[in-house]
Design a protein around this ligand. Structure first.
Ligand code: NZQ
Ligand code: ZN
Length: 389
């Protein structure tokens, strides 16, 4: 087990009614609020009105940043930075999913960025620097952005989707009832994302971190139990609450305790796909994950024992032939994703081979693939993409 340092400065309020803390928490930072949200779900659900009433009752001055896209764009970050500067913003309030929160993380740092190219800031942000305080109200269980320091921003001019580290939210309000309205497709995609965050850490060279592996296996079992319930009964509080708690922890770094960082290869490959096709992050991951698993199992025999552990502890499989058990575990992962009704091939999304070479050539940025648990070359990545067609 390796050494680790973990510092999560986010105050996380979990559960129904926790929005009651909003005014008091925002007030710690000032009265000038940038209220940011996405394409309109917050208005349809009534959450926008609820927030506006709290802000108005609390005497806050509100400036709005609306229309933040899924796979948020650097152009939205630039809009937000400008609004913050023009309106002397004290605190950012992000109401939405990972896209809105990520955009706001970049805005919070962008306000203090001294260069004139915000994209350069995204490319070079490797640790949290000075940033405006960020409070968020989470509306979808998926990325874990509410409890981590990273943000993923897309630049359509260069076909790049890149992660930067900008700083944790100061406060995250996680009320599972706000996710009752999340459509089936996004519920399934978000759940696949949660599982992928676990897989990305689970398949690591450090085999003896029992705590991290146990937490990871629990999250996987919880998602596979609760996502089907949420798909059938969107307002089942217990299912939505478990998914939200799973999402909070899966990307928090806790499943990495004592383990070697793995480069997160499926995420590296996914970010390339959505930089060209603007598709839903979790869907890509569900498509890529079983193909990547089969590829690394074939490429490197050291992986067998991890797949055996996954098969035994998560899917309750057993078999004397370890390779057969490993393959059965991968089949079980794929079958689960398929059962949630999301597309399981790139061709279903209208994606062909035309950009595979470019994407494979770029995916290793920062050494994410050459330093992965099983290192992947551009040719390997192309092969995995082709297996996804
Ligand atoms: O934009 P609105 O109208 O709000 O609709 C959103 C959007 O269309 C909708 N939605 C969200 N909450 C809803 C709802 N619809 C009805 N009711 C609700 N309560 O769902 C759609 C997807 O929202 P989005 O915020 O894009 O989803 P998600 O949370 O999955 O975020 C995805 C983004 O986060 C990045 C992804 O790459 C992608 O850009 N990631 C961020 C990470 C991080 N910061 O740590 C890690 C992840 O691995 C990931 O890369
Ligand atoms: Zn993810």
């Amino acid at each position: 087990m390796l050494n680790y340092v973990h510092d999560i400065p986010t105050r996380l309020y979990f559960g129904q009614g926790q929005i009651s803390h909003l005014a008091e928490e925002l007030g710690r930072f000032g009265k000038n609020v940038l209220l940011a949200y996405g394409g309109g779900s917050v208005k349809r659900t009534g959450l926008y009105d609820e927030v506006m009433k709290i802000l108005s009752d609390g005497g806050f001055k509100v400036t709005e940043l609306s229309g933040i896209e899924p796979n948020p764009r650097i152009t939205s970050v630039a809009r937000g930075v400008q609004l913050c500067k023009e309106n002397d913003i004290d605190v950012i309030l992000a109401v939405g999913g990972g896209s809105t929160i990520d955009c706001c993380k970049a805005v919070s740092a962008g306000v203090f960025y001294e260069g004139d190219d915000l994209w350069k800031m995204v490319l070079t942000s490797k640790k949290a620097g000075k940033h405006l305080p960020l409070v968020d109200i989470l509306t979808i269980s998926a990325t874990g952005s509410e409890f981590d320091a990273g943000a993923v921003i897309t630049n359509w001019e260069t076909n790049e989707k890149m992660s930067g580290i900008f700083g944790h939210p100061a406060v995250s309000i996680c009320d599972p009832s706000y996710t009752f309205s999340v459509p089936k497709y996004q519920t399934a995609a978000g759940s696949a994302d949660i599982m992928s965050h676990v897989f990305e850490n689970y398949f690591s060279e450090t085999p003896d971190s029992d705590l991290a592996d146990g937490i990871s296996e629990s999250i996987l079992k919880s998602v596979m139990k609760n996502c089907p319930i949420a798909l059938e009964e969107p307002d089942n509080y217990s299912a939505r609450a478990n998914l939200m708690a799973d999402a909070n922890v899966a990307c928090s770094g806790i499943p990495l305790y004592g383990k070697k960082y793995t480069g997160w290869p499926c995420h590296a490959m996914e970010h390339e796909l959505s930089a060209y096709y603007d598709i839903t992050h979790g869907v890509d991951l569900a498509i890529l994950t079983p193909r990547w698993m089969r590829f690394i199992l074939k490429k490197d025999p050291k992986t067998v024992s991890r797949f055996v552990k996954l098969g035994r502890n998560v899917f309750g499989l057993d078999c004397d032939d370890e390779l057969a058990l490993a393959n059965a575990a991968i089949d079980a992962v794929e079958a689960y994703f398929k059962s949630t009704g999301i597309p399981m091939s790139l061709s279903e999304l209208g994606i062909g081979e035309e950009h595979f070479a470019d994407m494979a050539g770029h995916a290793d940025v920062g050494g994410r693939l050459t330093n992965a648990y099983v290192p992947l070359s551009p040719a390997d990545v192309e092969e995995i993409y082709r297996a996804c067609l």
